[in-house]
Design a protein around this ligand. Structure first.
Ligand code: ADP
Ligand code: ADP
Length: 221
């Protein structure tokens, strides 16, 4: 099987994608491409991409497909052949999934496994209202379920923790609707390809991690 697997992690906002991505990077040496993190960096740096993306992100709407596909196309094209990839937050629409298949095919790669993390909406809303993120390394914390050792400070690098502009009640409500309408159907695309693995993300951190490790086994051994 692939020595350099191509892995997607999908699931609604708050499902635990960023949390489990950190484990996947550490355990399997995957290159983490998280479109949300890339866009937030562009917003913070005030680049033209960031200026264009910010109003969509604040409202909880998707950034237009052509913008995000262009961003990923450049990054994927630059990856070394022997680099495993973890795409987090992309693809989020059918058009993005089709574009990804095309860009991978050009590199003689394809998606090996899609980790589809499911969590009930009431749990997601609670998680997002308590989410704090490290400004430097993006590690997510939670006031209820994963508090940092020192309030407001990242355990890993001492970075400042902040709450995202779009983790507000209105934006979260819209993001959950957008997920059901535009992103959940993308799972069908991968179910049809036979690469989709559903993971119950409402369980404790180590239980979710173990389910993900089990799903990764066929593509890493
Ligand atoms: P996503 O990247 O999917 O939006 P995150 O990984 O940022 O999700 O997690 C959202 C919030 O939920 C964070 O505050 C995180 O600490 C918390 N969280 C993630 N996984 C779990 C879990 N299995 N149990 C409890 N809280 C969790
Ligand atoms: P979450 O962790 O809550 O699932 P992300 O950090 O992945 O959210 O994304 C934050 C926001 O960035 C999204 O609400 C959307 O506005 C934008 N975004 C991220 N990835 C994409 C994408 N693939 N297509 C369109 N918009 C995106």
């Amino acid at each position: 099987m692939a020595t350099a697997p191509t892995v997607l992690i999908m699931g609604p906002p708050g499902a635990g994608k960023g949390t489990q991505a950190a484990h996947l990077v550490e355990e399997y040496g995957l290159r983490h491409l998280a479109t949300g993190d890339l866009l937030r960096t562009a917003v913070a740096d005030g680049t033209p991409l960031g200026v264009e993306a910010k109003r969509f992100m604040d409202a909880g709407d998707l950034v237009p497909d052509d913008v995000i596909i262009g961003l990923i196309r450049e990054l994927v094209a630059d990856l070394p052949d022997d680099s495993g990839i973890l795409l987090d937050g992309f693809p989020r629409t059918d058009a993005q999934a089709t574009a990804l298949d095309e860009m991978l095919a050009r590199l003689e790669r394809s998606v090996d496994v899609v980790l589809d993390i499911a969590v009930p909406n009431d749990v997601l809303v609670r998680r997002l209202s308590g989410r704090w993120i490290c400004r430097t390394c993006q590690t997510p914390y939670n006031v209820d379920t994963k508090p940092p050792r020192v309030p407001g400070v990242c355990d890993l690098d001492g970075g400042e923790l902040y709450q995202r502009d779009d983790d507000t009640a209105d934006s979260v409500r819209n993001r959950l609707e957008v997920y059901v309408r535009q992103t959940a159907p993308v799972a069908d695309h991968y179910a049809a390809q036979g690469t989709l693995v559903r993971v119950d993300g409402a369980q404790d951190f180590p239980v979710v991690r173990a389910a993900i490790d089990a799903a990764m086994q066929p593509v890493t051994t």
